[in-house]
Design a protein around this ligand. Structure first.
Ligand SMILES: Cc1cc2nc3c(=O)[nH]c(=O)nc-3n(C[C@H](O)[C@H](O)[C@H](O)COP(=O)(O)OP(=O)(O)OC[C@H]3O[C@@H](n4cnc5c(N)ncnc54)[C@H](O)[C@@H]3O)c2cc1C
Length: 481
């Protein structure tokens, strides 16, 4: 069959699936997209409730890939807004600028704590430069680069809230990927140098792109752009089985409220969690692949949405480092785009919690979670007595964060090698490739996987987001999430 007559199936209408569908549609291909939930956008969707709009968690857009940025801005057109970033850290009841600024940090921490930080930092330089010590895990990496005291104060609690495991068990890859080139001295001196710079260079640290009507509105626009007789969306349709023979997918089974359907296509793209793809294969993959899959873990995400009437914080989001509070991050979407709440005084707030499937919090009911979030916001003094909290709701996302645990990469490699033997099988995206991908990376995997088939290119999509190149700008005290 000629390549242009071939049929394409995509599982998942999140950023990677939609970018893949968009690319295929530009070449006139016949595409079916199956999405488990009732709406599109995946983890980057925007939810409307009452008069307010909320993302699952705060979603800013930035990328070093010009092709992806061009695509993003073309689709959004006038709806793309540039947001000036303002974020802080809550620690011991105080709000610290983030990225950290030297003077306010010293003033807020006090003289003694600041001396401890500096002393430990010089010890870390000695260990790294003179003794040549090498990091084995996330904890070592941070301590070697910033010193033990800064690690204890600004990295440990938050990181463990997000990942749910000891920092010693988190791979150093994650630190290298997210906070590569982060330099303590740069963090201290950069704000001072910046003040004297003639030309003010705006960096990705200072600002980011955001769609006027929420992160998910970008994906709604893609869908609107491509939906046609040739490009069909099937919402509330979940992948159930993947049948294969001789390293070729022969068909898949999809389930919806009317029952199940077996479907045959020429090429398949899967953006649902990596581990689930393997579980759904029939016949089952070899034992070593199943064992590798069983060693990979994901973290779930709960976002509690609160509609708050009052004059609240002006940050886009605040990281909650305080160990006494269970919440990890809070965001106010009015500080992203005024359109997120048409009535200027109403704040669409997200309070985020990270957990495992068996944790008590995952199984708490919505009322309990809303109460917990409101209570914690009051303890943190982010809501005052005058602020009125109304109409909350809760959004739960399973497998939102692939856990970059020590040794995870060896297991992923085994699975990847096995899947690469298949001719018509592509995994794309974040959970789909078990990679800590952002929207731009997720979209890039979908776009380049589609082009590999249509144009016969040979882009290795596993190399996307693997060089640790994450941020641009003169301070790289970036990034947590
Ligand atoms: C709290 C939070 C904050 C984030 N902040 C940012 C940020 O600031 N900037 C940024 O760029 N990125 C951010 N991200 C990451 C971004 O959301 C992801 O990179 C992106 O959504 C990944 O897209 P994806 O298509 O790979 O996966 P997903 O978004 O997970 O989409 C996968 C889709 O597949 C569907 N699916 C799953 N299983 C099945 C099945 N069996 N059958 C059919 N469909 C199925 C799901 O319902 C989903 O719609 C954040 C993520 C989270 C959770």
């Amino acid at each position: 069959m000629e390549n242009n007559k071939k049929k394409f199936t995509i599982i998942g209408a999140g950023p990677s699936g939609l970018a893949c569908a968009y690319t295929l549609s530009q070449y006139g291909r016949e595409i079916k997209i199956f999405e488990k939930s009732a709406s599109i956008g995946g983890l980057a969707k925007t939810l409307k409730h009452g008069d307010c709009m909320y993302d699952i968690g705060p979603h800013r857009f930035f990328t070093l890939n010009k092709e992806i940025e061009k695509f993003y801005l073309k689709i959004l057109s006038k709806d793309a807004i540039e947001v000036k970033r303002f974020t802080r850290i809550l620690f011991k009841g105080e709000l610290f600028s983030y990225p950290l600024t030297p003077f306010s940090t010293i003033i807020k921490l006090g003289f003694l704590d600041s001396i401890k930080i500096l002393k430990d930092y010089f010890i870390s330089i000695y260990n790294k430069k003179i003794l040549g010590k090498k990091p084995h895990n996330f904890e070592d990496w941070i301590i070697l680069n910033f010193g033990r005291e800064l690690y204890r104060k600004f990295f440990k609690t938050y990181t463990e809230k997000v990942w749910g495991i000891d920092c010693k068990n988190i791979s150093k890859d994650w630190a290298a990927q997210r906070i590569k080139n982060l330099s303590f001295l740069n963090a201290i001196f950069s704000p001072i140098i910046k003040k004297f710079k003639k030309k003010k260079v705006k960096t990705l640290v200072d600002q980011f792109w955001y769609p006027k009507y929420g992160a998910g509105s970008f994906y709604e626009k893609i869908k609107k752009n491509i939906e046609s007789d040739k490009v069909k969306f099937f919402l509330e349709n979940s992948l159930e089985k993947i049948y294969h023979e001789n390293f070729n997918i022969t068909s898949i089974k999809v389930k919806n409220s009317d029952g199940t359907n077996n479907l045959v296509s020429d090429f398949y793209f899967f953006s649902c969690p990596f581990t689930e793809v393997l579980e759904k294969m029939e016949p089952k993959p070899p034992t070593d692949i199943v064992n590798a899959c069983n060693k990979l873990n994901y973290r779930n995400h709960i976002s509690v949405k609160l509609e708050v009437h009052g004059d609240l914080f002006k940050d886009n989001w605040i990281y909650i480092h305080d160990p006494n509070l269970r919440m990890a991050r809070v965001a106010n979407y009015i500080n992203f785009s005024k359109e997120m709440s048409p009535n200027g005084k109403v704040n669409p707030i997200t309070v985020e919690y990270f957990c495992f499937e068996n944790d008590e919090i995952w199984n708490s009911n919505d009322e309990e979670l809303i109460k917990l979030a409101e209570n914690e916001m009051r303890i943190a003094k982010l809501f005052t007595n005058e602020d009125v909290v109304k109409k909350g709701f809760v959004e739960r996302s399973r497998k939102a964060y692939p856990i970059i645990e020590m040794g995870y990469d060896e297991e992923v490699d085994k699975i990847r090698n096995y899947l690469s033997k298949f001719q018509n099988f592509n995994v794309i995206g974040r959970s789909g490739m078990f990679k800590y991908n952002n929207q731009d990376h997720a979209m890039a995997t979908g776009i380049y996987a589609a082009k590999n088939i249509i144009l016969g290119t040979n882009t290795d999509i596993w190399k996307i987001n693997s060089d640790g190149l994450y941020q641009e700008g003169d301070i790289k005290l970036e990034e947590k999430l």
